[in-house]
Write a protein that binds this ligand. Structure first.
Ligand SMILES: *[C@@H]1O[C@H](CO)[C@@H](O)[C@H](O)[C@H]1NC(C)=O
Ligand SMILES: *[C@@H]1O[C@H](CO)[C@@H](O)[C@H](O)[C@H]1NC(C)=O
Length: 267
């Protein structure tokens, strides 16, 4: 830990504030530096937090989303966070949050959760010896297969959730031709579309998608619908229900570590 704070101190001293996050938190207390991605970035200690604090957190929960790119319920799951609203007659309704709110609430808990996207869902695959490639058959047709491989390639080239989540979010919330949507979303989320295009039509992309097929087939219990979620490798009806209603709340509730983010304290 000593080494960590020494390193952090060096980079704090050499850091020039370039963004609009309140930097006074950096000066006030070092204990807050790795509290969230935004704070770490604002204080110039992102790498140190990643290497010395977040990775050491064995309590970080694993959340996995098994989905396919064109299924309406998957899109709905990825693009909205529902919030509970009490009506005047005491009945409960759920309202959707817009992207920036969804993004902010994810940001607020990313230090305690490891989110993994598995873009395969109800697809099937068959090995074709004549091409040496896997052929995929998708529930929503070949454009869904293309979308799945585009996601697989994006996750591969941009393994940091901070990089691939905005792209996944954008593609899942935009209707239209899969290739055109990918190009549009790549621009918005600083993804190099040429790199992705080359991957989706290569052995690399084919192999990545095959890996997601294996991960999906290895589920116990087997998935019976999509989106299908697991927390620390476990799937139950309660977990699924909680994830669909309030994912952030579920993440907070499941986390047993000591690095509790403010977003969870509010709940
Ligand atoms: C999350 O997954 C990693 C790697 O598989 C594992 O080491 C870690 O213990 C898991 N976390 C929990 C809380 O199960
Ligand atoms: C995150 O989850 C993935 C997939 O379950 C796993 O391979 C990886 O080791 C996990 N990382 C951490 C830091 O737990």
């Amino acid at each position: 830990m000593h080494l960590f704070f020494t390193l952090v101190f060096i980079s704090i001293v050499g850091h020039t504030a370039t963004n609009n996050v309140d930097n006074s938190i950096c000066i006030r207390s070092s204990s807050n530096w790795c509290q969230s991605y935004q704070t770490a970035k604002a204080c110039g200690v992102l790498d140190q937090c990643k290497n010395y604090v977040w990775n050491y957190d064995n309590d970080r929960i694993n959340f996995s989303l098994y989905y396919e790119t064109l299924c309406p319920d998957c899109r709905q799951f990825i693009q909205t966070r529902k919030i509970k609203i009490q009506n005047f007659d005491d009945s409960i309704r759920y309202d959707k949050l817009c992207f920036i709110e969804v993004w902010n609430s994810y940001q607020a808990v990313l230090s305690i959760v490891n989110i993994t996207f598995i873009p395969y869902g109800n697809a099937k695959e068959l090995f074709r010896p004549e091409t040496g490639l896997w052929q995929f058959y998708c529930q929503h047709g070949s454009s869904e297969c293309l979308g799945n491989v585009i996601h697989a390639c994006t996750i591969y080239f941009y393994p940091d959730i901070q990089q691939h989540l905005p792209f996944i979010y954008c593609t899942e919330s935009t209707e239209g031709d899969v290739q055109e949507v990918a190009e549009e979303c790549a621009k918005k989320s600083s993804v190099d579309i040429d790199k992705i295009n080359a991957c989706t039509h290569s052995k690399l992309g084919n192999g990545l998608e095959h890996t997601y097929a294996l991960m999906t087939e290895a589920l116990t219990p087997q998935h019976t619908f999509v989106p299908w979620v697991t927390i620390n490798g476990e799937h139950t009806a309660e977990i699924q229900q909680a994830a669909e209603t309030d994912l952030i709340g579920l993440i907070c509730k499941t986390y047993k570590g000591s690095n509790i983010p403010d977003e969870c304290k509010k709940r």
